[in-house]
Design a protein around this ligand. Structure first.
Ligand code: FMN
Length: 186
């Protein structure tokens, strides 16, 4: 049996790509927010897209600096992800408030988040029309990193009981990959 999904809830069908933490820095201020709507756009040169709402403080830092980082939180960072996704850095230093450890990137000034499983250092490709109309940002990936116990030449290895990326279902709920499937030729 199929149920009809209300159009305004249709995004939930696609929502569970890895949730990310977006960090940006400018003029001595850095900030962090949760972003579920991030996806790969191209391989060479590598590009990603993000949807970043106009009222987020992180967006103002991204726009001014032209840079940002994506950190992929692990199953141990669900509460942190919700905390930075439900508070604004306009008036608070979320790094201090939530005791978030960071390390420097190799190409950009935005900090990368410790304890995450993957990281991308990105440079915004200005696209004023789609940014203004759809809050959609395109960026080139300048450098990428991953936790070596979980990521190798063929990509992620996820196993039950090991940390993994988290995937937002909606509200405070996430799912996570607990295994691998290898397809074969039919
Ligand atoms: C799990 C989760 C996913 C989110 N995904 C997005 C997203 O894709 N795009 C967005 O603009 N905001 C998203 N948000 C909301 C922002 O993280 C939130 O507005 C945040 O407070 C902005 O912080 P800032 O004003 O300090 O930049 C998400 C929040 C949560 C909890």
């Amino acid at each position: 049996m199929r149920i009809q999904v209300p159009r305004e809830k249709a995004y939930l069908l696609l929502n569970h790509g890895p949730t990310t933490l977006v960090t940006a820095a400018h003029g001595g201020r850095a900030n962090i927010m949760a972003v579920a709507w991030a996806m790969a756009l191209d391989i060479d040169p590598p590009k990603v897209t993000l949807v970043i709402s106009a009222d987020s403080f992180t967006r103002s830092l991204m726009e001014k600096s032209g840079e940002f980082a994506l950190s992929l939180p692990s199953t141990e960072q669900v509460d942190l992800t919700l905390a930075v996704g439900h508070s604004s850095g306009g008036d608070t230093d979320k790094f201090k408030k939530f005791k978030i450890a960071t390390f420097p990137g190799s190409k950009i000034k935005a900090p990368l988040v410790e304890g995450c499983l993957g990281w991308m250092e990105c440079r915004r490709i200005p696209e004023p029309h789609i940014e203004k109309t759809y809050d959609l940002f395109v960026a080139e990936v300048l450098a990428a990193w991953a936790e070596d116990s979980l990521f190798g030449p063929k990509g992620w290895t996820f196993r039950e009981g090991l940390p993994s990326t988290i995937h937002h279902i909606g509200g405070s709920v996430f799912t996570f990959p607990g295994g691998m499937l290898t397809g074969k030729k039919l």
